[in-house]
Design a protein around this ligand. Structure first.
Ligand code: SF4
Ligand code: SF4
Length: 438
C-alpha cells in the first residue's frame, strides 16, 4: 500500500489505544449551558435573544457578525439567563449567552431536503445558516471556505481524517460509525465545484477506517481514499495538502490558492446534517482520555456543556491529575479550570496524572540539528528561537519564522528540552501585533 507523506515531522507516543475502540456515547447535559459569541475565526456573533427569552434546541441565538463569522444556535431548550463574559478553555473571557436548560430538549422543526434538489446557492445558504466552522480547532467558517474567489480552480476537497495529534480518537470514531454520512457530506461539498475531486486522507494507523471508507466509496468515481504515513503533523493543513496532492502552500496563501479545500471529519459530517437534515451545529464528538481519567471514551456532546461533566462521564479522575489539556498534547493548551464550556472547536479533554512538561528543565543547545530535521516547514528552529530571544524581528522574518505552523515538533525532539516552540510562537505574536498597528 503506497503511503503519502511529507518531509520532516516526528513520531510521538500515540496513546490512541485508550479510547479508539470506545463507541460514541451521547451525553445529556446538566445545569446551565454557555455559548461564547466567538467560537470561530472572524467577527463575534451578535445575540438575537435577550435575558428572559425562552428558546428551543436548534434555535438561532446569535447571528454572524460579518462575512467571516458564524451563527450560533441553542443546543437545548430553556431560558436565557444572562449575556455576560464567561471564561473559556483557553483561560480568556468572552461575552457569552447563558441558557438555563429546562431538561425538555424541545427542538425547532428542521426542514429536511434532498441535496439533488438544491442549487449551489441554497446548499451554501444551508451551511451558512447552520453555523458550521472548522471543527479541528481552527474555527474558520465553512461557508466562507466553500466560497473561494477561484471556484473554477478548485481541484481537490480533502477530508482530513489523519487525526495526527496523539490520544484523540473522535474523528476515527466518526469515520467508523458514520461513514455513509461523511461520504455524503463530501459529495455535497464536491457538488459546489465543477472539477473538484474528493480525497479522504487517513493515517495508516487506522486500517479499519481505511478499509471501511474504501468500501463506501468504491462506486464513487471522483472520491479516493488516500493512505497517509502515520507521522505528526500529518493532519496539519500544509503537510496534508503536500502529502495528498504534491502541492505546497505558505503563510501568505490559502489552500484554495493551490486548488485545495480541506475539511475536518466532523465538519464534513456537519455539512451532511445541515444540508440534508436541516440541522444546525449544536453537538460534536469529544474524546476524553489520558492516564488521569478512569474510563476514557468518545462522547457526543451538546455544545455549551461544562467540561467538568465530560470528566464525570469518563468515570471521573483517576487519582489527583496534575494536567488537563484541551485539544491534543502537541498543539492543545493547558486548562486551569474545567468550569468552561465545550465549543465548536473542542475536540478533546486530556487528563494526565503527572505534569511532565512543567517539570522539564532545559539545558544548553548541543547543536544536534534534530529540531531542523523534524520541522515540517523546513525551518531552523534553534536559530529562530535564538533570534526570538534577542527580539530580532528582522532576522526572525529573514529566516522565515513566519512560516512556522506552531506544531511543537521542534520542542518535542529537542534533547536539551529547549522551549523552542514557545519562543518562536511568542515572537510570531509580537510581529503579527506590530503588523496590525502599521
Ligand atoms: S519551527 Fe514551528 S513549524 Fe517548525 S517544528 Fe517548530 S513549531 Fe513546528
Ligand atoms: S534539537 Fe535542541 S539541542 Fe538539538 S539543535 Fe535543536 S535546539 Fe539545539
Amino acid at each position: 500500500m503506497s503511503k503519502c507523506t511529507f518531509k520532516g515531522g516526528v513520531h510521538p507516543y500515540e496513546g490512541k489505544e485508550l479510547s479508539m475502540d470506545k463507541p460514541i456515547v451521547e451525553l445529556m447535559p446538566e445545569g446551565d449551558m454557555v455559548y461564547p459569541l466567538s467560537q470561530h475565526i472572524g467577527a463575534p456573533a451578535v445575540p438575537v435573544v435577550a435575558k428572559g427569552d425562552h428558546v428551543l434546541a436548534g434555535q438561532l441565538i446569535a447571528e454572524a457578525g460579518g462575512f467571516v463569522s458564524a451563527n450560533i444556535h441553542a443546543s437545548v431548550s430553556g431560558t436565557v439567563k444572562a449575556i455576560e463574559p464567561r471564561t473559556l478553555a483557553t483561560g480568556g473571557k468572552c461575552n457569552s449567552i447563558v441558557i438555563e436548560n429546562d431538561g425538555k430538549y424541545e427542538e425547532v422543526e428542521y426542514v429536511a431536503k434532498k441535496f439533488e434538489d438544491l442549487s449551489r446557492d441554497e446548499i451554501r445558504d444551508r451551511i451558512k445558516a447552520a453555523g458550521i466552522v472548522g471543527m479541528g480547532g481552527a474555527g474558520f467558517p465553512t461557508n466562507v471556505k466553500l466560497t473561494p474567489k477561484n471556484p473554477d480552480e478548485i481541484d481537490y476537497i480533502i477530508v482530513n481524517g489523519c487525526e495526527c495529534e496523539p490520544y484523540i480518537t473522535s474523528d476515527y470514531r466518526r469515520l467508523l460509525q458514520e461513514s455513509d454520512n461523511v461520504v455524503m457530506g463530501l459529495k455535497i461539498a464536491l457538488s459546489l465545484f465543477d472539477h473538484a475531486k474528493g480525497i479522504i486522507a487517513i493515517e495508516d494507523n487506522k486500517p479499519e477506517a481505511i478499509k471501511l471508507l474504501r468500501e463506501k466509496t468504491e462506486n464513487e468515481d471522483n472520491i479516493e481514499v488516500k493512505v497517509m504515513k502515520t507521522k505528526y503533523p500529518q493532519g496539519g493543513e500544509r503537510s496534508l495538502i503536500y502529502a495528498a496532492t504534491g502541492r505546497s502552500i505558505n503563510s501568505s496563501m490559502l489552500p484554495a490558492d493551490a486548488g485545495c479545500i480541506v475539511h475536518n471529519v466532523d465538519t464534513i459530517f456537519s455539512i451532511y446534517l445541515a444540508v440534508i437534515e436541516g440541522k444546525p451545529l449544536t453537538k460534536r464528538i469529544v474524546t476524553v482520555t489520558g492516564d488521569g481519567v478512569k474510563n476514557p471514551g468518545n462522547f457526543y456532546v451538546f455544545l455549551g456543556m461544562n467540561y467538568r461533566q465530560l470528566l464525570e462521564a469518563a468515570g471521573g479522575p483517576d487519582g489527583e491529575p496534575e494536567k488537563f489539556i484541551s485539544g491534543g498534547p502537541m498543539m492543545g493548551f493547558a486548562m486551569y479550570s474545567l468550569d468552561v464550556p465545550v465549543v465548536k472547536g473542542s475536540s478533546s479533554l486530556l487528563v494526565f496524572k503527572e505534569d511532565i512538561v512543567s517539570k522539564i528543565e532545559s539545558s544548553a543547545c548541543i547543536r544536534c540539528g534534530r529540531c531542523g530535521a523534524g520541522c515540517p516547514s523546513h525551518l531552523l528552529p534553534a536559530k529562530l528561537a535564538k533570534l526570538a530571544s534577542k527580539k530580532d524581528e528582522e532576522g526572525f522574518t529573514k529566516f522565515d519564522g513566519m512560516e512556522c505552523v506552531e506544531c511543537g515538533s521542534c520542542s518535542y525532539v529537542c534533547p536539551a528540552k529547549r522551549p523552542l516552540t514557545q519562543q518562536i510562537k511568542a515572537m510570531r505574536r509580537t510581529i503579527m501585533a506590530n503588523r496590525r498597528k502599521k
